[in-house]
Design a protein around this ligand. Structure first.
Ligand code: NAP
Length: 311
């Protein structure tokens, strides 16, 4: 039988929150494992340009992820790859973190699993993923050089990524179900000034259509007049919000009715020794800066928690 590796802290998720918590906890000389099912960086890897992170006028999301990863591992925190399938509570305050790559045991666990893009749920969305439907402009934008693309949504992500796509595509049509954007005013102004960006208000997508190879058009409905239309697009980028990655923790009964995890100011959940940080936490502002703040607080809180267990 393989021996289960023991740590003071296991951090699930290596986005900005998880990586900051790893920096703090390992710098306090706790043994730390950070586990992620993908590359470290989380949503930063899907973000073209970050210009609201202190210290940088502007930095590419993946570059910021690299820098954070270097800091997070400099004091000995380990980074491992694996998909966490659950947490079990053991005797003596220990927690078993089950993963598809083997199990880990820890005195404290920090959940930093973030969130993922909500899907529209319309016909064609799943079938055309990778064939014109995307949730990541940074990853897929270059495939649509000189083409007409649609962006669905009206929040910060839709407008910010629409601006990024306007550098590549022939035109970007932001399709929104209201007649006003929800995005920060600075982003709205930039988009409205950009000649390549058009807006389609009060409009919802009914279906994504194409041939066997790729997306060709969207079936749309105006939600005021009920008028139906079809518009040609080579790509559709969907940015209609986020949903929490908390499926693996439902047995612990620590999530609210929408799936987010409530915590106290120390990032502690209702289970002693289990913390939650970053986008997965019940909060009002989901940003890199707020995830980093959560990570620092949790890194210090686990140090205090583990120290009192050891006393
Ligand atoms: P969001 O703020 O939740 O906005 C989602 C948008 O999509 C809303 O306009 C929403 O309209 C619309 N929507 C939702 N469901 C829809 C559906 N089924 N069909 C059509 N439209 C739909 O999501 P987000 O833009 O992805 O941002 C997520 C979080 O990250 C936010 O907290 C945001 O501030 C943050 N963020 C920040 C930055 C930055 O600071 N630079 C950049 C990106 C993201 P309704 O209002 O009708 O629901």
């Amino acid at each position: 039988m393989t021996e289960i590796k023991q740590y003071d802290v296991v951090i699930i998720g290596a986005g900005p929150g998880g990586m900051t918590a790893a920096t703090y906890a390992s710098r306090a000389e706790l043994s730390v494992a950070m586990i992620d099912q993908g590359i470290y960086g989380g949503q930063m890897n899907n973000t073209a340009e970050v210009e609201n992170y202190p210290g940088f006028d502007s930095i590419m999301g993946p570059d910021l992820a690299e820098k954070m990863y270097a800091s997070s591992t400099q004091f000995g925190a380990e980074y491992t790859f694996g998909r966490v399938t659950g947490i079990e509570l053991l005797d003596h305050n220990r927690k078993l973190v089950r993963t598809d790559m083997g199990d880990l045991e820890a005195k404290a666990v920090i959940i930093a699993t973030g969130s993922e893009h909500t899907h529209l749920g319309v016909p064609g969305e799943e079938a055309y993923q990778g064939k014109g439907v995307s949730y990541c402009a940074v990853c897929d934008g270059a495939f649509f050089k000189g083409e007409d693309v649609a962006v669905i949504g009206g929040g910060d992500s839709a407008v910010e990524e629409g601006l990024y796509l306007a550098n590549l595509a022939r035109s970007v049509t932001i399709i929104h179900r209201h007649d006003q954007l929800k995005a920060q005013p600075i982003l709205q102004e930039r988009a409205k000034k950009n000649d390549k960006i058009k807006f389609l208000w009060h409009t919802e997508v009914q279906a994504i259509e194409g041939d066997e190879q790729e997306v060709q058009s969207l079936s749309l409905i105006n939600n005021q007049t009920q008028a139906l239309s079809t518009m040609s697009f080579a790509g559709v980028f969907i940015y209609i919000g986020l949903k929490p990655n908390t499926q693996a923790f439902l047995n612990l009964d620590i999530v609210d009715q929408h799936g987010w995890i409530p915590t106290d100011e120390q990032m502690a959940t209702k289970i002693p020794g289990i913390y939650a940080i970053g986008d997965v936490r019940q909060k009002t502002l989901r940003q890199i800066t707020t995830a980093v703040g959560d990570g620092g607080i949790a890194g210090q809180a686990v140090y205090e928690y583990v120290s009192q267990l050891n006393d």
